[in-house]
Design a binder for this molecule. Structure first.
Ligand SMILES: Cc1cc2nc3c(=O)[nH]c(=O)nc-3n(C[C@H](O)[C@H](O)[C@H](O)COP(=O)(O)OP(=O)(O)OC[C@H]3O[C@@H](n4cnc5c(N)ncnc54)[C@H](O)[C@@H]3O)c2cc1C
Length: 583
C-alpha cells in the first residue's frame, strides 16, 4: 500500500525527530476540526484523509520533510490543534499531514516587546510565560488550547481587534517559514513582510517560529448589562466603542440566543444582554451609558473576562448548536444593518441576533504603538437561524453573473424566478453564499410553491467539469455488483484526477466485486432537497488498493416538479452551457 511504503520511508528518514503514523485512527483524528459549525462547508468539503501523519519535534525534521515532499511531489498540509472553522486542515489531495503540536515552547521576549516561540506553542503556555513580564499579547485568543502558528495561519480577528486591528495588521511581527523547495532553507520575515503569509492557511510555507506583538498588561473587568432590545443595545455599544482605551470585547445578544449560554448571574432571563470587557477605570462610564439608555448593569466581574471570550465568534455557534443543532449562523460585517433589527427579520423571520464589536473607528492600521490610524467598520452582526436562508437566494439572483436559462415550450428562456439558481450546479459563476449588502433591500424572497415530483431531470456533465462539480459534494456511494447479483454499496471519499475518479481505502468485498465485474457506479447524494445527485458510471481498474474509475457517463440528476399551470420554468432550470445533453 502507498501509505505503508511512505510511512516506512519517512520513519527511516526522520528517526526520533518525528512520529510517523499511517493507522486509520491517527489519519482520521488528524482531520478533526470545527468546520462542522457551517452547514455549507460541512456539506461541500470532502472528508479526505492524509496518507500519513507526521508529528514533528524539531525544526530540522520540518526541513527534511519539506525537502522529501518537494522531491517526491507529495502534498503537505499543516495542522496545529485543529480548531479552525473553514476546513483549512483537510488534506484535499491526501499526502502528508504535518502535525506541529509537539514543536512548542522556546519562548523569548525581545526588547521591542515581541514574544517569539515555536509554532506549536499554545496560547495557554504563552500566557504562563508572559505572566510576570508585565506584558500581554496585543490580541487574545478565544481558544486557549490552539497553537500560535495555527492562529496566525488560520485566524483573523479576536479579542483586542477593536484596538489593534486584525492579525495581519502588525500583530504578527516575525515569521520564520520553511518553504517546500529543494533546499527548504528557512526564511525569516519581519512585519510588514509577514503580511502575505498571515491567514494564508499554511499554503506559503511551514511556520517554524512565530513572533507576536505584546503591549503593557492592563487590568480589565467584564461588565454585564440588561438592555431593552437589540437596537437600544447597539446604540449603547456605539458609545462604549468610543472609550479610550477601547473595549477588548463588546457584544449584544438577544434573549433567545442568551438562553442557550450557560447560566450566569450577569444574564437576566428574557432580556437582551450587553457585555463589555473594559479597563477597570472605564467600568463606571459603561454603567452610565447603559443607565442613560434605559438598561441596568447586572454585574462587573474581573474573573469573568476570560469567560466572555467564550461567548463570541464561533463559541456562540458551538454553544447554540449544542442545544439547538438545527441553528446555523450568518455573519454580516459592517454597519449596514446596525440598529435595523426589523430588516434582519425580513430576511430571516426566526433569527436570533448577536452584535459583536470587531474594530473601532480610529483603530490602528499598522504596528501597535505607531500613530497611523484608519477608519474602519466596527461591527459584525451574526444572526442564528434555522429557517431557509432566503438571502442566499437573493445573492444567486442578484449576483449579476447568473443568467440561468430554462427550456419552456421547446424554447430557451431566461429564468426569472429568484430560486432558479439556488444551487451552484444551476448557476455557474454565482456564489452561493450570503450577500451582506442585500439583506432587506429587495424585500422578502418568495418561497417556491410545493410541487409534486412528477418527472425526472438529468443534466449531462462533461468530463472536463467533473472535478469542479464533484468538489462541491461531500462523500459518495460506490456501487459494485456482488457474485449473487446484488448491489454492494459503500460510502467513499473519491478524488477526481485527470478525468478519472480515484477511490482509496477499499473493503475486501468491493475489491472482490470489481476484480470480477469492473463496471461500477458512484453516486454523490444531494446536499439539500433542492439539489441534484451526481451519478458517474464507469469502468474500474484496481491497483495498490486504489480504484480508478474511468467515467463512461456523468450526470446530475434529481426529481423535477411537474410543469406549472402557466408553463413557468419552476425550479429545475438548467444552465445549458454546462450541459452536453440531457439524459
Ligand atoms: C469556538 C471557536 C472560536 C473561535 N474563535 C476565533 C476567533 O475569535 N478568531 C479567530 O481568528 N479564529 C477563531 N477560531 C478559529 C481557530 O480557533 C483559530 O484560528 C485557531 O487559533 C487555530 O489554531 P489551531 O492550532 O487549532 O490551528 P489549526 O486549526 O490546526 O490550523 C489552522 C490553519 O493553520 C495552518 N497551520 C497550522 N500550523 C501551521 C504551521 N506550523 N505552519 C503553517 N501553517 C500552519 C493549518 O494548515 C490551517 O490552515 C475559533 C474556533 C473555534 C472552534
Amino acid at each position: 500500500m502507498l501509505s505503508e511504503t511512505l510511512a516506512a520511508d519517512l520513519r527511516a528518514l526522520l528517526g526520533d525527530s518525528a512520529e510517523v503514523r499511517d493507522d486509520e485512527a491517527a489519519r482520521k483524528s488528524a482531520t478533526k476540526d470545527f468546520s462542522w459549525v457551517s452547514p455549507i462547508i460541512h456539506n461541500t468539503i470532502p472528508r479526505t484523509l492524509p496518507d500519513v501523519v507526521v508529528t514533528v519535534r524539531t525544526v530540522e525534521a520540518v526541513r527534511t520533510l519539506a525537502r522529501f515532499a518537494h522531491e517526491r511531489r507529495i502534498p503537505l498540509t499543516a495542522r496545529g490543534k485543529g480548531t479552525s472553522n473553514y476546513g483549512q486542515i483537510i488534506p484535499l489531495a491526501r499526502g502528508i499531514m504535518v502535525d506541529f503540536h509537539e514543536l512548542s515552547g522556546d519562548l523569548v521576549l525581545d526588547d521591542d516587546g515581541v514574544v517569539h516561540g515555536l509554532p506549536g506553542t499554545t496560547w495557554r503556555d504563552l500566557f504562563a510565560f508572559l505572566e510576570d513580564t508585565g506584558r500581554e499579547p496585543a490580541m487574545f485568543p478565544t481558544t486557549l488550547n490552539s497553537t500560535l502558528a495555527g492562529s496566525v495561519a488560520g485566524g483573523a480577528g479576536r479579542p483586542g481587534s477593536i484596538e489593534h486591528g486584525f492579525n495581519h495588521e502588525g500583530f504578527v511581527q516575525m515569521l520564520t517559514l520553511v518553504p517546500v523547495t529543494a533546499d527548504a532553507e528557512p526564511v525569516t520575515l519581519r512585519y510588514p513582510d509577514t503580511t502575505p503569509h498571515v491567514h494564508a492557511f499554511g499554503t506559503t510555507g511551514l511556520f517554524v517560529r512565530v513572533g507576536l506583538q505584546t503591549v503593557p498588561a492592563r487590568e480589565r473587568t467584564a461588565v454585564f448589562a440588561s438592555v431593552p432590545d437589540l437596537d437600544a443595545g447597539a446604540a449603547m455599544a456605539l458609545q462604549i466603542l468610543q472609550l479610550r482605551p477601547p473595549p477588548q470585547i463588546l457584544a449584544v445578544t438577544e434573549p433567545e440566543l442568551a438562553a442557550l449560554f450557560p447560566e450566569d448571574p450577569g444574564f437576566e432571563p428574557g432580556r437582551t444582554n450587553l457585555r463589555a470587557v473594559v479597563d477597570v477605570a472605564n467600568a463606571p462610564v459603561v454603567q452610565e451609558i447603559v443607565e442613560r439608555g434605559g438598561g441596568t448593569v447586572t454585574g462587573a466581574r474581573p474573573d469573568a473576562v476570560r469567560y466572555l471570550a467564550t461567548l463570541i465568534n464561533n463559541h456562540t455557534t458551538v454553544r447554540a448548536k449544542a442545544k439547538r443543532p438545527e441553528l446555523y449562523h450568518v455573519l454580516v460585517r459592517g454597519n449596514a444593518i446596525l440598529g435595523k433589527r426589523a430588516l434582519i427579520a425580513e430576511a430571516f423571520e426566526d433569527a436570533t441576533v448577536q452584535l459583536e464589536g470587531i474594530r473601532g473607528r480610529g483603530a490602528r492600521a499598522s504596528r501597535p504603538g505607531s500613530s497611523r490610524r484608519t477608519a474602519t467598520t466596527p461591527w459584525c452582526t451574526r444572526a442564528w437561524t434555522g429557517c431557509a436562508p432566503r438571502a442566499w437566494r437573493w445573492t444567486a439572483r442578484t449576483a449579476g453573473s447568473c443568467t440561468p436559462t430554462c427550456r419552456r415550450g421547446g424554447r430557451l428562456r431566461t429564468a426569472t424566478t429568484p430560486w432558479a439558481c439556488s444551487t451552484p450546479a444551476n448557476c455557474r459563476g454565482s456564489e452561493d453564499r450570503p450577500s451582506t449588502d442585500r439583506i432587506g433591500t429587495n424585500g422578502p424572497c418568495p418561497v417556491p410553491p410545493p410541487a409534486p415530483y412528477a418527472r425526472r431531470v438529468s443534466i449531462a456533465v462533461p468530463i472536463d467539469d467533473l472535478a469542479k462539480t464533484a468538489a462541491r459534494y461531500g462523500f459518495a456511494y460506490l456501487v459494485t455488483i456482488a457474485d449473487d447479483g446484488r448491489p454492494h454499496i459503500v460510502a467513499v471519499s473519491p478524488q477526481v484526477r485527470d478525468g478519472a475518479v480515484v477511490v482509496g481505502d477499499l473493503g475486501r468485498k468491493t475489491r472482490a466485486n470489481v476484480a470480477a465485474r469492473p463496471a461500477a457506479t458512484l453516486v454523490w447524494p444531494p446536499t439539500s432537497a433542492a439539489d441534484h445527485s451526481l451519478i458517474v458510471d464507469g469502468e474500474t481498474a484496481l491497483s495498490d488498493d486504489v480504484l480508478t474509475v474511468t467515467p463512461t457517463r456523468a450526470v446530475l440528476h434529481r426529481p423535477a416538479p411537474a410543469p406549472t399551470a402557466g408553463g413557468g420554468c419552476g425550479s429545475d432550470c438548467v444552465e445549458l452551457p454546462t450541459a452536453s445533453g440531457r439524459g
